[in-house]
Design a protein. Structure first.
Length: 116
């Protein structure tokens, strides 16, 4: 199998996985790939949750913002140190927290509209 890279970054041959139809898919992180845009996006979502009225939030308003900052910051910090698994665990935890808080806010809004 010819292992041609599809990016200008050097990747190991094991970074590619053959899928259906022989289409190669890049599965590994490229060295030096920035993670700060994801951190900014997660903090923005936490800030938007903080800006919601109290009737549309579950629990303290600042809790989601603080937990997102606590979980997303190590995900960015561990990225460059070669511990991909730790970075993934923290990243998935931050994304799960944001998803659950968004769903809880959606249900709170639905109940607020149903009661009005």
């Amino acid at each position: 199998m010819n292992r041609k890279t599809i990016t200008r970054y050097h990747t190991l041959p094991s970074a590619f996985l053959d899928t259906k139809g022989g289409v190669r898919q890049e599965t590994a992180l490229r060295p030096g790939e920035p993670r700060w845009p994801a951190l900014v996006a997660l903090l923005a979502i936490g800030g938007l949750y903080y800006a919601l009225p109290c009737s549309l939030t579950v629990g303290p308003k600042s809790l989601v913002l603080i937990l997102v900052a606590v979980l997303a910051t190590p995900a960015v910090m561990f990225n460059g140190e070669g511990s991909r698994r730790t970075s993934l665990i923290f990243g998935y935890a931050a994304n799960t927290l944001v998803t659950v808080s968004t769903i809880a806010s959606l249900f709170a809004a639905e109940f607020a509209l149903a009661g009005a």
